[in-house]
Design a protein around this ligand. Sequence first.
Ligand code: ZN
Ligand code: ZN
Length: 360
Amino acid sequence: MNTSITDIPETMKRATMICPKPQNSDNIEFSEEKVPRPGRGQVLLHIKKIGVCGSDIHVNHGTHATVPPEMYPLIQGHEYSAEIVETGDGVPAAILGKKAIARPQIVCGECPPCKRDDYHICNELKVEGFQAPGVAQDYFVTDESNVITFPDNFTHDQGTLVEPVSVAVHTMSRATEVKGKNVLVTGAGPIGNLVAQVAKANGAKKVLITDISDFRLEKATECKIDFVSNPKTEKLPDAIKRVFGNDGFDLAFECSAVQIALNGIVANINKGSEIIIVGCFTQPPVVDLAGLQDRELTLIGTLMYKHEDYENAVGLISEGKVLCDPLITDRFTFDQYLDAYNHIDENGEMSLKVIIDVND
Ligand SMILES: [Zn+2]
Ligand SMILES: [Zn+2]
């Protein structure tokens, strides 16, 4: 027997991306669908807010590396905040009414990465909102084992930022050590900003973030990131000197996916250091491997997150160690999904986190 806290309607609204925008600029279609109901071990989420992510924008443009043309039409939405309104058999009723998100990863459980508990890089990984249906609808069914609940005093805005904060938390686990390190973050978009904040929360000594957008750097300052620099007006070696003095920096997070930013890191980071690649390069960059070899640098990749990264993200937000509100630049209603994407395309650097209010 399912248990619910409200009357669940028969039908709901769904937004589907029918094709990439270059094919048809009116590429989001709304439909009336039957509300799904949770089975054993599952919960029904009432979606309150959805955040638009950089990868969603790539999907909108048809440039996402793991979303080929044949995958459209698709349902987006993987950054969100919801309320648990119904539980299936075998799920503790105590989580009813909680604010929550669910990890959007569908994994095989049998491949070598899954077997060593690195399910986030499963060989058969499907991510809801990309290779599997996402939450761009009023209701969504998910396994309870993927659910992360929020404290009651969490706002749905904070909840919506938990997914990207989890990305930032996971990047820290890819470094041998963050504590006590001087850290450079290139790119002050939402992920770069959050990576810098989480690095600080993880005990980094000094954190410098760079971006060519003064607006994004102002947001970084608003989020209490110690040092900012715009390479258009201050050369990177000068910024490094100003912030870190003769100590230099020992850890870098490349979050801009810009070749020249990567060049700057490789050329200036202390010998023997680690460089974590967070940004999604759409064109393969050229890396100075001679410099990498000669200076014993280590390049490290990072993808998504694991369950504990979500739990840590919720903790960091609720303790006020990561600020989310300054990142939210725009809001649209569910009916305005297409307007939200067009706004992002037209406003570029001035839009950081765009929120779709679905039911809040
Ligand atoms: Zn995302
Ligand atoms: Zn697997």
